[in-house]
Design a protein around this ligand. Structure first.
Ligand SMILES: [Zn+2]
Length: 598
């Protein structure tokens, strides 16, 4: 910085800069680092032709607000990085980038932005870096800080969860990333708090990006409806009719056994029926023939909105998108279907509760099985709920495609603050469970609730002894913003592995599965012996949509006092997802290994 301070470059920053279209500027100056960017090297707007107009709106003095509602793999983060770099070099000013979580803040702030600065010769001197710092990833200069200063301005990196981060000095360019994941504050949304910073600037700029959440709740969808809204229309190579690519234009073939084949996926022109593109990713040549068409609103008001589905992605093959859809449908996995709708099609999910649980309707007798068929059970997990005078445990069997069987529910009476109660409970937890097909199995994993506060230490003490058998402590957290599973920690006296569970999300999946009426993927089998009290407890809570602090939230309401069966179901579900499914098992093994070393 000091060498820079009195150089010609320093005074150069106080010149009045004429805005240059950002797409053109980025083509001339931006270098995409190997970290994070899918295609390292010089930036080429032509690779994502639909980004050209959006980039140029960033530097259009007539545009105050840009709303981008998009799916994944479209280059949305590059829009923010290009904006940052342009304002660091060409039009310095105070900027703020808000991310919905600390993880994302580190990812984009410490990794993507720092590596962009490191690989760009023009940016390095602004942050006190020399050419030798190019390849180094050590702490250097002004990097690794959440307030990146450069001559004429700074970039503040803020978390939407930190109220103090959002209350700061005047800021001209405010970028709010993934706004549908922001929490609500007591006095207005995090977005309102952030944008309140720019009132001193007549030439302020707001950029909002996100994939939408739910129809009832989506902030990006609401903001999009208030803008001059554009659609990206690409002319059909056969008849020339321009159309916006939507899911209803996607077709695929079936084989002789009526199985869907995603490799035959194609986008079909609604006007002439011709194939616009095949199963691969969209080519930049085809994408470049399209253009943004204003479909509603008035651009002169300064707010522009863009809606893009991942069908436009030059990196995501159509076959992969169709495969995701087919797999969610095949497994009757509503949670994955929801992710598909919101993150791929960039459309909000309609969150009206399913009718069965809404009406509390009587359940037909055939719902309960007098002679359950356990032949396809591959693993058993346990969910454990600890009460002041007893410990309750449900044993769940798991087959393929998340089909599951409630096998039994046991109650161990006794005071859990006494070690002897836990000794008796251990014998129940590790018993040989008799299956209907004559097999005997022991649990593969168990989650024990430690959230009570009074008995927490006893739970940690118990699970820390049996971690090698995949018995772990959990703590439930409500709210639709809490992820289903967070990274585990060991910050407790017994160094016990502790997972925080987003219990509301898990309850939603269980409610969806209880609503499945036919045996197959996702179906939950209930034995006849549990048709009364257990079934009532399993259905003890109902999802309600409420308005809280100006934001609609889903709240689980207790319909009756006893609900241990539902809690145990949540924990048995978590035990299966955490320890019996390949993709999560790897990270758990890592957590276990760390403990052995320490
Ligand atoms: Zn056509």
């Amino acid at each position: 910085m000091s060498s820079f301070l009195w150089s010609a470059n320093f005074f150069d920053f106080f010149r009045v800069r004429v805005p240059v279209p950002l797409s053109q500027w980025a083509d001339e100056h931006r270098i995409v680092p190997a970290v994070g960017g899918s295609e390292p090297g010089p930036w080429r707007t032509s690779r994502t032709p639909y980004m050209r107009q959006i980039l140029d709106d960033v530097t259009d003095p007539g545009v105050r607000q840009i709303v981008v509602c998009s799916g994944i793999q479209l280059g949305k983060t590059e829009l923010l990085l290009n904006t940052c770099m342009y304002h660091m070099l060409h039009e310095p000013c105070p900027m703020m980038l808000v991310e919905p979580s600390d993880d994302l803040l580190v990812d984009i702030g410490a990794d993507r932005i720092d590596s962009m600065i490191r690989v760009t010769p023009e940016l390095r001197p602004l942050f006190g870096l020399t050419d030798e710092h190019k390849a180094k990833s050590t702490k250097t200069g002004n990097l690794k800080q959440y307030n990146k200063r450069f001559p004429g301005g700074y970039l503040k990196l803020a978390s939407a969860h930190s109220e103090s981060d959002l209350v700061s000095r005047s800021i001209r360019v405010i970028m709010c990333d993934e706004i549908d994941k922001y929490p609500a504050w007591g006095d207005g949304s995090a977005v309102d708090k952030a944008t309140g910073r720019s009132s001193n600037f007549v030439n302020y700029k707001w950029i909002f990006t996100s994939s939408p959440s739910t129809l009832q709740n989506s902030e990006i969808w609401r903001r999009l409806s208030l803008t001059a809204r554009y659609e990206y229309r690409i002319p059909c190579p056969h008849c020339g009719e321009p159309s916006q690519w939507v899911w209803s234009m996607v077709q695929w073939d079936h084989d002789a056994d009526d199985n869907s084949d995603p490799y035959t996926a194609r986008i079909v022109c609604p006007a002439c029926g011709g194939v616009i593109k095949g199963a691969g990713a969209a080519s930049d040549v085809l994408l470049a023939t399209g253009s943004w068409v204003l479909v509603s609103g008035d651009r002169s008001r300064g707010a522009v909105g863009y809606h893009m589905s991942s069908l436009l992605s030059p990196w995501l093959p159509l076959s992969a998108i169709v495969d995701e859809f087919l797999s969610a449908c095949h497994n009757r996995d509503i949670d994955r279907l929801k992710t598909f709708i919101t993150d791929r099609l960039a459309e909000p999910w309609d969150e009206r509760p399913a009718p069965w649980h809404d009406s509390g309707a009587a359940v037909e007798k055939s719902r309960f099985e007098s002679s359950p068929r356990h032949e396809t059970i591959a693993a058993i997990t346990a969910g454990v709920d600890v009460q002041r005078d007893r410990i309750e445990v449900s044993f769940w069997g798991w087959g393929s495609n998340r089909e599951s069987w409630v096998i039994k529910h046991d109650v161990v009476d006794g005071d859990p603050s006494i070690a002897a109660t836990w000794d008796r409970f251990a014998r129940v937890l590790f018993q040989w469970v008799d299956l209907a097909d004559g097999r005997k199995m022991r649990i593969s994993a168990a989650c024990v609730d430690s959230g009570d506060g009074v008995l927490t230490q006893m739970v940690y003490r118990f699970t820390s002894q049996f971690e090698d058998l995949h018995v772990v402590s959990i703590k439930g957290r409500g709210g639709d913003l809490c992820p289903m599973f967070s990274a585990p920690s060991r910050r407790n006296a017994h160094k016990a592995l502790l997972y925080v569970l987003g219990v509301d999300k898990i309850k939603e999946v269980i409610a969806d599965r209880l609503n499945i009426r036919t045996v197959g993927p996702g179906y939950i089998h209930i034995p006849e012996a549990l048709k009364d009290e257990y079934w009532a407890q399993l259905n003890a809570e109902k999802k309600e949509i409420m308005v809280e602090r100006g934001r609609t939230v889903a709240v689980w309401k207790k319909l009756r006092e006893r609900n241990e069966a539902l809690d145990c179901a949540v924990y048995a579900f978590a035990a299966f997802e955490l320890f019996c499914i390949g993709r999560r098992r790897a990270s758990n093994i890592k957590a276990h290994t760390r403990r052995r070393i320490s």
